[in-house]
Write a protein that binds this ligand. Structure first.
Ligand code: PHE
Length: 349
């Protein structure tokens, strides 16, 4: 028993000499001298000894206990002193916190939302998972129309439960990932009626074989204005404001006829190349013009689908690729970088 006590004492002193901070010291004290500590347990056993032995061992144990308690107190004082003497230099520069930043497409989206808000347009968002009806049918693209080939998409299968619910609602049961932001034209007309001024930025999807210029996921921005006495000149004026905002006050706009089933007449729109100012360069493939997007006067069938009387109201619509604009603006030559999540790319903005 005596030997055990001495051994325990040495053991505790050894551990004490290795303690480096207050909390380690406290833990060690609890483990050894505490109510259920190693030394305390041993002291309890003394009661089982004979009277003579009890006297001797008892005294030894008590001495050890007092000595250790003293050593613990001394160690505590030393540690406390060290803590007080510790010098903190408040003038040292702090660690820099890394700040995130906006994605290039978001920067453009914000810039354009601001422009359109100043022109009295509201900013809407719509579902990325669309019905065949809003994405195609309501936009005058019937199931057998060849225009569907221009926008091949991903169709989404439904589970049995969803099918029943949709059918009960009388809703369209063919779901797909929207191929453009145009389905929001009819949704906005149905919800808000005429007169109407909205833009809809958002993510779109197409079943593409991806390469440097084609991506299955990209962003568009749609615009729609419906009112009495709206004409093509209103459309041109708004688009001019857009390209000037994007590429500077000197930028010119060009519109040429193009077919889209949901507008009549339809036109693409182009801006003078921001790099060569229209003289011709690598970016504009020597044409001096950059195609931005599609536009036109809203087709009467589309107004009717949106429950707006085409005899009383007219409107214009346009749509362009935000991702494509970001490529032009920042000189990005591979569209796949946008969704890559590659920090070497993203940290450049
Ligand atoms: N939705 C068309 C596209 O994605 C663009 C467009 C929008 C054209 C509105 C005309 C009017 O190609």
């Amino acid at each position: 028993m005596k030997d055990n006590l001495q051994k325990l004492k040495q053991d505790i002193l050894q551990k004490l000499s290795e303690v480096k901070d207050g909390s380690a010291l406290r833990n060690l004290e609890i483990k050894t001298l505490g109510r259920k500590g190693e030394l305390t347990e041993m002291l309890r056993k003394i009661n089982t000894l004979g009277l003579e032995e009890k006297k001797i061992v008892g005294k030894l144990a008590n001495d050890i206990k007092l000595e250790l308690a003293g050593k613990f107190r001394a160690a505590a004082e030393v540690l406390e002193g060290e803590r007080k003497n510790e010098f903190i230099d408040l003038t040292l520069p702090g660690e820099k916190t890394k700040r995130g930043h906006l994605h290039p497409v978001t920067i453009l989206e914000n810039e354009l939302s601001e422009l359109f808000s100043s022109l009295g347009f509201s900013v809407l968002s719509g579902p990325e998972l669309e019905s065949d009806y809003y994405n195609f049918e309501a936009l005058n693209i019937p199931a057998d129309h060849p225009a569907r080939d221009m926008q091949d998409t991903f169709y989404v299968a439904r589970t049995g439960a969803e099918l029943t619910r949709a059918d009960a609602d009388g809703a369209d049961s063919n779901l797909l990932l929207r191929t453009h932001t145009s389905p929001m034209q009819v949704r906005a007309m149905e919800k808000y009626g005429a007169p109407l001024r909205v833009i809809i930025p958002g993510r779109c999807f197409r079943s593409e074989a991806t390469d440097a210029r084609h991506e299955h996921t990209f962003y568009q921005l749609e615009g729609l204005m419906v009112d009495k006495n709206i004409s093509f000149t209103d459309l041109k004026g708004v688009l001019e404001a857009v390209v000037r905002r994007l590429y500077g006050a000197e930028t010119k706009l060009r519109m040429r006829p193009k077919f889209y089933p949901f507008v009549e007449p339809g036109a693409n729109f182009e801006a003078t190349c921001f790099l060569c100012q229209g003289r011709g360069c690598r970016v504009c493939k020597n044409s001096g013009w950059l195609e931005i997007g599609g536009s036109g006067m809203v087709h009467p069938k589309v107004l009717a689908a949106g429950r707006i009387d085409p005899k009383a109201y007219q409107g214009f619509a346009f749509g362009f690729g935000l991702t494509r604009l970001a490529m032009l603006k920042y000189g990005i030559n591979d569209i796949r970088l946008f969704n890559s999540g590659d920090l070497r790319f993203l940290e450049q903005f």
